[in-house]
Design a protein around this ligand. Structure first.
Ligand code: ZN
Length: 205
């Protein structure tokens, strides 16, 4: 399969937003990736997941189940599970704590791949991993449609940044690196120019 240009896919879906955004990490950025806009087209979602599954198979990783942190990772994770031919479960926050609910169970030693839409530092993905490992599963790797450049993915020369949370000993698969600046609120050049950040998704985007 020819390599997908993930930036082009996001641009075509009008999912690469430009402006001044307040991200869930607390940082500000002049770009935001709205993966839901890409995944609203099931054909696109399917083709991205197939490409990601191909990378995972080529690497030779054995996966029993894909698990995603809700809500962001669910569509990508479900499509990836379909492409890999495995089961799909998700964790969700209950009073802030990532939890496996809805009757989902894991068996002892079950090999789980954690899938997000986009991995930034990987905080939610790691919380999801800790929850399934707490109840006996084994996390064997991580996957996302795109890597924001903090964690190191399989096949990229981009180095891991100090604030990356994904464990470096496990493989992380993503279709591409998608790097743009993040600013802490006190150092944000957009704020210094007098503009106010918006929370993506809060104004119809
Ligand atoms: Zn700002």
């Amino acid at each position: 399969m020819s390599r997908l240009n993930i930036e082009q896919v996001y641009k075509e879906a009008q999912a690469l937003l430009e402006g001044h955004f307040f991200l869930s990490s607390g940082n500000h950025s002049n770009f935001y990736l709205q993966s839901a806009k890409v995944l609203e087209n099931p054909k696109v979602a399917e083709s991205l997941a197939k490409a990601l599954a191909e990378e995972i198979r080529t690497f030779g990783l054995t996966v029993d189940t894909v698990c995603s942190p809700a809500l962001g990772g669910v569509l990508a994770g479900y499509e990836l599970a379909r492409a890999l031919g495995v089961r799909f479960i998700f964790t969700e926050r209950v009073e802030g704590k990532m939890t496996l609910r809805r009757g989902f169970e894991v068996t002892s030693g079950e090999k789980i791949l954690i899938c997000e839409d986009i991995i930034t530092t990987g905080g939610s993905a790691v919380e999801s991993a800790m929850e399934v490992e707490r109840i006996g599963a084994q996390v064997v790797g991580y996957a996302a449609l795109a890597n924001r450049g903090f964690c190191q993915r399989v096949g990229s020369s981009l180095e891991r940044k100090p604030n990356a949370k994904l464990p470096p000993h496990l493989p992380f698969f993503a279709l591409d690196d998608f790097v743009f600046d993040l600013y802490s609120p006190q150092d944000c050049p957009l704020c210094k120019m007098g503009s106010k950040p918006i929370k993506p998704g809060s104004r119809g985007n």
